[in-house]
Design a protein around this ligand. Structure first.
Ligand SMILES: NC(=O)c1ccc[n+]([C@@H]2O[C@H](COP(=O)([O-])OP(=O)(O)OC[C@H]3O[C@@H](n4cnc5c(N)ncnc54)[C@H](O)[C@@H]3O)[C@@H](O)[C@H]2O)c1
Length: 296
C-alpha cells in the first residue's frame, strides 16, 4: 500500500473524479476525508470506501468560504490526528461566453477552483509541517492548456491553478510540501462499474474487450476517472518525491490536438461519428455487463 498511515482531504469527492480519487487513495491505505457540499454524494463515497474495508468520513465544508475550508481541514485533523495530502478538486460556477458573460458564475469558478486551492494550502501548511511534509494536488483541466470557446472563466481558473501550483511549489519545497496538478480531458469510464458490479477479477477481461476503444483509440476519447485518480495518486505518493510544480495531463491526447484537427473530418472521425461510436460502445458494454452478471 502506497499511502499507509497517511490522511488525505479530497474536496469535491462526492462525485465522479473526486470520488474515484477518494476510493483509490483509501484502497492504498489512506484515511480519506471526503469534502463536498453535496452531503448525499459525500456519504455515498464514504459508504463505497467502507464497504471495501477502507477508512473515510465526510465533511460538508463549502470550499468557497474560509469557514468551510477550515471546517474541512480542521475536521480532518480532529478525526484522524494529522493531514498529509490536500486534493483541491471541487468545481462549480459557469461564466458563459464573453458575449453572454455572467460575473457571478465566473466569480464562483475562480473562488472554488483557485482561491480554495491557495487558501486551503495556507490552512493545510501548519498541519503538513507538523506531519513532516505533505503533498498538494490540484485538479486543473485540459482547458488550462488549450482554448475552448464558451469557457473563458473556466480556462482562466484552471490556468490560474497552474500558476499557483508553480509558485507554491517553490515556496513550499523547504517545508517538504510538494505541489502538483492533474489536467483531465473529458471523463467517462467504466472501471469502477466493473469493480462494483462484477469484481476486480473481471478487469482484465474488460480491458481486453473494451480497453482499446474506451481508453486508447481513436483520440480523443473520454478518460476514465480511475486514470485521473491514478495520476493524482502517483503525484501524492512518495514515488513522486522529487516532482513538484508540475502538471500531468490525463486526457487521451486531447490537449495535443489542434482545434481544426479535432473538429475536422480527417484524420479523426467527425464529432457525429464519434458520438455514434460512443453510444454503440455504451450499449455493447451494458450487454457485456448483463451477460457477465448472469454468468456469475
Ligand atoms: N469531468 C470532466 O470531464 C473534467 C475535465 C477536466 C477537468 N475536470 C475537473 O475535475 C474536477 C472534478 O470534476 P468532476 O467531473 O468530478 O466534477 P463534478 O461536478 O462531478 O464534481 C464536483 C464536486 O464538487 C462539489 N462541489 C461544488 N462546489 C463545491 C464547494 N463550494 N465546496 C465543496 N464541494 C463543492 C460538487 O458537489 C461535486 O460533488 C473539477 O475540478 C473539474 O473542473 C473535470
Amino acid at each position: 500500500m502506497r499511502l499507509q498511515g497517511k490522511v488525505a482531504l479530497i474536496t469535491g469527492a462526492g462525485s465522479n473524479i473526486g470520488r474515484a480519487m477518494a476510493r483509490l487513495f483509501a484502497r492504498e491505505g489512506a484515511a480519506v476525508v471526503v469534502g463536498d457540499t453535496d452531503e448525499v454524494g459525500g456519504g455515498e463515497t464514504v459508504r463505497l470506501i467502507e464497504a471495501a474495508g477502507g477508512r473515510a468520513c465526510s465533511v460538508a465544508g463549502d470550499v468557497s468560504t474560509t469557514q468551510g475550508l477550515r471546517q474541512s481541514i480542521d475536521g480532518a485533523v480532529e478525526t484522524y490526528g494529522r493531514l498529509d495530502m490536500f486534493l483541491s478538486n471541487a468545481n462549480s460556477g459557469a461564466s458563459g461566453t464573453i458575449a453572454q458573460f455572467d460575473r457571478a458564475g465566473a466569480e464562483k469558478l475562480l473562488i472554488v477552483n483557485l482561491m480554495a486551492l491557495m487558501e486551503g494550502a495556507h490552512y493545510c501548511l501548519p498541519h503538513m509541517q507538523q506531519a513532516g511534509g505533505g503533498a498538494i494536488v490540484a485538479t486543473s483541466s485540459v482547458q488550462a492548456l488549450v482554448g475552448v470557446p464558451g469557457h473563458p472563466a473556466y480556462g482562466a481558473a484552471k490556468a490560474g491553478i497552474l500558476g499557483a501550483v508553480r509558485s507554491m511549489a517553490v515556496e513550499l519545497w523547504p517545508y517538504k510540501v510538494r505541489v502538483n496538478a492533474v489536467c483531465p480531458g473529458g471523463t467517462a469510464g467504466k472501471t469502477w462499474t466493473v469493480i462494483d458490479e462484477l469484481g476486480e477479477e473481471y478487469l482484465p477481461e474488460f480491458e481486453a474487450r473494451f480497453g482499446r476503444d474506451m481508453r486508447h483509440l481513436p483520440l480523443p476519447v473520454p478518460t476514465d476517472p480511475m486514470a485521473i485518480a491514478q495520476a493524482a495518486l502517483f503525484l501524492a505518493s512518495d514515488e513522486a518525491s522529487y516532482i513538484t510544480g508540475q502538471h500531468l495531463s490525463v486526457d487521451a491526447g486531447l490537449g495535443m490536438l489542434r482545434y481544426d484537427v479535432f473538429h475536422g473530418p480527417e484524420p479523426l472521425d467527425t464529432p457525429q461519428a464519434k458520438s455514434q461510436r460512443h453510444s454503440e460502445l455504451q450499449a455493447e458494454f451494458e450487454a457485456w455487463l448483463a451477460a457477465k452478471k448472469e454468468e456469475r
